[in-house]
Design a protein around this ligand. Structure first.
Ligand SMILES: C[S@@+](CC[C@H](N)C(=O)[O-])C[C@H]1O[C@@H](n2cnc3c(N)ncnc32)[C@H](O)[C@@H]1O
Ligand SMILES: Nc1nc2[nH]cc(C(=O)O)c2c(=O)[nH]1
Ligand code: SF4
Ligand SMILES: [Mg+2]
Length: 222
């Protein structure tokens, strides 16, 4: 068989007229809103949030389980998404989910940066890193381990504290990020009353860590 006929016989068969999207140019979008970043290093700063659908990590305490099924959310072209956000161009945009790194984030982040946005991501780190980011927040999960390549690029490591074992687990992951990465402990929302005293004691004894609270929930904003 010649090289050309070999190539032709292995081409995927596409239904006539079926559009073939380049990965990451069309994305499932759960919601978009302009608010105040509630958590971590950028707490208190205004930001436009884009919440992508789809997550396979399965945190039992996830506060946005409606995001998990990507097919439950309408798909939007990157151009449409950037047009919807354009009123806020020049400001900060947080790409979250769901797990945003289940998608190729390069087309979206390139287009947002071209429009003047600073691009920030909230990720568990469980999928390969894609996209051009101005700030990377990695919040690793026991339910699906973070990839070393994502931890290596973390500007911020945000550990959710559900029980006492999470402090040791936090230190194990702090050893895997660059020395400049900012370190945060954030109480799991439903356990905050029980775990926050231990978290405060931990930060007082280990001051390279800082407390992060989900301030948007106290402010009652999205
Ligand atoms: C909903 S997640 C979406 C982004 C990504 N899947 C992740 O987990 O980083 C956004 C942030 O909320 C945190 N989070 C989710 N549920 C929480 C809860 N019940 N209490 C405290 N933080 C929570 C996550 O750890 C993450 O830092
Ligand atoms: N205000 C506000 N800040 C946030 N920081 C991370 C969030 C997220 O769900 O990714 C979030 C959110 O849902 N709302
Ligand atoms: S990784 Fe993020 S979105 Fe996925 S279940 Fe965990 S907290 Fe929820
Ligand atoms: Mg949230």
């Amino acid at each position: 068989m010649s090289a050309v006929s070999d190539f032709l016989t292995h081409l995927p068969i596409l239904a006539a007229g079926e559009p073939v999207a380049v990965p990451g140019t069309v994305l499932p979008v759960m919601e978009q809103f302009y608010t105040i970043q509630g958590e971590g290093f950028n707490t208190g700063r205004a930001a436009y949030f884009i919440r992508l659908g789809g997550c396979d990590v399965g945190c039992v305490w996830c506060d946005v389980k409606e995001s998990w099924d990507a097919d439950a959310h309408p798909r939007q072209a990157v151009a449409e998404l950037v047009a919807a956000a354009s009123e806020f161009a020049g400001r900060n945009v947080v790409i979250t989910g769901g797990e945003p790194l289940m998608h190729n984030c390069l087309p979206l982040t390139k287009a947002l940066q071209a429009a003047g946005f600073k691009t920030w991501i909230e990720t568990s780190g469980a999928h390969p890193l894609s996209g051009n980011w101005d700030w990377i927040c990695v919040s690793p999960k026991k339910f699906k381990a973070p990839l070393p390549e994502v931890l290596a690029h973390a500007d911020e490591l945000k550990i959710i504290v559900f029980n006492d074992s999470d402090f040791r687990w936090a230190e194990e992951h702090a050893a895997l990020v660059p020395p400049t990465t900012r370190l945060y402990l954030q109480p799991e929302w439903s356990r905050a009353a029980r775990m926050t005293p231990a978290l405060i004691d931990y930060v007082k004894a280990n001051p390279r860590w800082q407390v992060s609270l989900q301030t948007h929930k106290y402010l009652d904003i999205p």
